[in-house]
Design a protein around this ligand. Structure first.
Ligand code: TMP
Length: 237
């Protein structure tokens, strides 16, 4: 059956989502728009949408092979992908292997400390509240997720970390930290959703430590497009 795009359901900071003629599938369209600090800083990263779409699809396929269920169905074009329609769990799930960003700031430590084991944290996905940190008890209390869902999300997130850490090391990249989002399918199962890209991960060159991710935009480090292009080259050769 041919699947066609129908009405736009949602426009986020970096993506648009469209309904399709199949009620269980939606089309995600990746934009070049970039924001940081909850939309306070705005810009364009030329070509970012293509990089994020293709990289995210590649990584989701890899994760599927390793037994992690995801929303990914089929890449339709450079910027558009067919995914399963899910209800997004209102949690941003952050895994860290090395200190950086808000972790370094919150605990008053330098960036680059390698942790003995990875950390996990949740924030409540709510722009009006600036995505406040949230623990599992808070999430259960507020009905954001059930205890069972949280346990599943935790084990899936650590599994994603193991798979991606090894994969990125193989292409000369340190996976410092990243943010994941999960969705509920109509039959109530948890799958990995959203994207995995230089927008949502910190990538440091394994040799030089050069930043190859959105921190170049957030921190005005220059050569933002070059970093995205370099990550694309590492992944696709
Ligand atoms: P943080 O150190 O600012 O908390 O970021 C941790 C990771 O999460 C980093 O890889 C960037 C990613 N991230 C997002 O994908 N979206 C966000 O809104 C934020 C704040 C971070």
């Amino acid at each position: 059956m041919e699947i066609n795009k129908t009405e736009q359901l949602y426009e986020g900071k970096a993506k648009k989502v469209y309904a399709t003629t199949d009620p269980n599938l939606v089309i995600v369209s990746y934009k070049d728009d970039a924001t940081a600090f909850n939309g306070l800083k705005k810009g364009t990263i030329t070509g970012k949408g293509v990089v994020n779409n293709k990289m995210s699809n590649y990584l989701m396929s890899l994760l599927e092979k390793e037994g992690v269920p995801t929303h990914f169905v089929e890449e339709l074009s450079d910027r558009e992908t067919l995914v399963r329609r899910v209800e997004i769990v209102k949690l941003e799930v952050i895994i860290r292997n090395v200190s950086a960003g808000s972790f370094a700031k919150r605990f008053g430590v330098e960036e680059g400390i390698v942790f003995a084991e990875p950390t996990i944290e949740f924030s409540y996905k709510n722009d009006d509240l600036h995505d406040p940190l949230m623990n599992a008890y808070h999430a259960i209390a507020l009905g954001v997720a059930t205890r069972e869902e949280i346990e599943q999300i935790k084990s899936m997130a650590f599994k994603v970390n193991e798979v991606l850490k090894a994969y990125f090391l193989g292409i000369g990249v340190r996976l410092v930290d990243f943010k994941l989002e999960f969705g509920r399918t109509p039959d109530g199962r948890i799958v990995l959703a959203d994207e995995i890209s230089p927008d949502t991960c910190r990538f440091w060159d394994a040799e030089t430590g050069e930043k190859l991710d959105k921190d170049r935009f957030r921190r005005d480090l220059g050569n933002v497009e070059g970093a995205y292009a370099e990550m694309m080259k590492r992944v696709f050769g």
